[in-house]
Design a protein around this ligand. Structure first.
Ligand code: DGY
Length: 323
């Protein structure tokens, strides 16, 4: 029997690509250029499996391509907002993701942004590189203390829980959160997390707000002008989830007018395009979607995709089945 034909849409770590070739007839993208919509449509006609990622927009228009050869989309990433799930279902295409393996590294980036924003890390680095630093002074570059402050978390899934754990045990932070569904006590109790009745309650009480919701259409601009106005004057807003969760125009207005102290962003609404106004602001820390960007995690993500498609092609249910 011929091995299934598999397309890997972006460059993966070398050793993981090698492992994939053992069981599959692979096409790799060694130039690592994101595929165009028409290339993605062609891929759906040609490959049994497409191993996509966050930069591949698998819209309804693309997924409704007929005839379709693709039976599974093994997404390299935990978020799958790049895939129109309804169309995949209509086309009988199975979709999987890669949860768990990137939880810790993404939570590390949330903590990094909390610290960078509160302690003005990126701004200080710019000051030195631009030779503008005049030396230590009692009132220079003052930020906010992190230890023992309140971290407000919106969406209490795996990455949020890991962030809460690191913040609570590493920095003695008090944890409050809002989640749309009830969270079992065994997940909140270790960090003594207090469940708030609404997002507004979190925004009004937190010194740091970290958002961890899926980038679904329902969550588009979950934080807009009205919500941002509720934050405390010394608070910081952290986003390691998806750029679409925050209305960028409203965020720019908030930061320009100092409604709160700062923001730390690892994700953006129209990645890799960044709103030019953000680039002019010193009270925002900008990272290039580094959440899962460690050698260990990217290898683990690749292996997880391989596990999922191997299970699928051997007639089993993949462990990370979305649909
Ligand atoms: C994910 O997994 O959803 C990340 O955003 C990509 O690393």
């Amino acid at each position: 029997m011929q091995p299934p034909k598999v397309l890997v849409t972006r460059k993966w770590p070398d050793n993981i690509e090698k492992i994939l070739t053992k069981d599959f007839d692979c096409s790799f993208n060694h130039q690592d250029k994101p595929l165009t919509p028409s290339e993605l449509k062609d891929a759906l006609k040609t490959f049994d499996a497409i191993l996509s990622t966050v930069t591949d927009s698998l819209t309804a228009d693309i997924l409704m391509t007929k005839p379709t050869q693709t039976k599974i989309i093994g997404n390299f990433g935990v978020g799958f907002n790049n895939i129109d799930i309804e169309s995949a279902q209509q086309q009988n295409i199975c979709v999987t993701n890669t949860p768990d393996v990137l939880t810790d590294c993404t939570a590390d980036i949330a903590i990094l942004l909390i610290l960078m924003s509160a302690r003005r890390g990126a701004e200080g680095d710019r000051l030195i590189r631009q030779k503008r630093w005049q030396g230590w002074s009692p009132t220079d570059m003052l930020g906010q203390k992190v230890t023992a402050k309140t971290l407000g978390i919106i969406g209490f899934g795996r990455i949020a829980q890991a962030t809460a754990y690191k913040a609570h045990f590493g920095f003695n932070m008090k944890i409050i959160f809002y989640n749309t569904s009830p969270v079992p006590e065994n997940l909140t109790q270790p960090v003594k997390a207090h469940c708030c009745g609404s997002i507004d309650d979190v925004l009004a009480a937190a010194d740091f707000v970290s958002i961890h919701c899926p980038g679904s259409p329902q969550n588009h601009h979950l934080l807009g002008e009205q919500q941002l106005k509720r934050m405390r004057p010394n608070a910081h807003l952290i986003n390691t989830a998806r750029g679409t969760l925050i209305d960028t125009k409203a965020l720019v207005k908030a930061l320009q007018n100092n409604w709160f102290a700062g923001a730390g962003l690892d994700v953006f609404e129209h990645e890799p395009t960044i709103d030019p106004a953000l680039l002019t602001l010193d009270n925002v820390t900008l990272l290039p979607h580094l959440g899962s960007a460690t050698e260990e995690t990217r290898r683990a993500m690749g292996l997880r995709v391989i596990d999922n498609i191997k299970a699928f092609f051997s007639g089993q249910t993949p462990r990370d089945l979305i649909c």
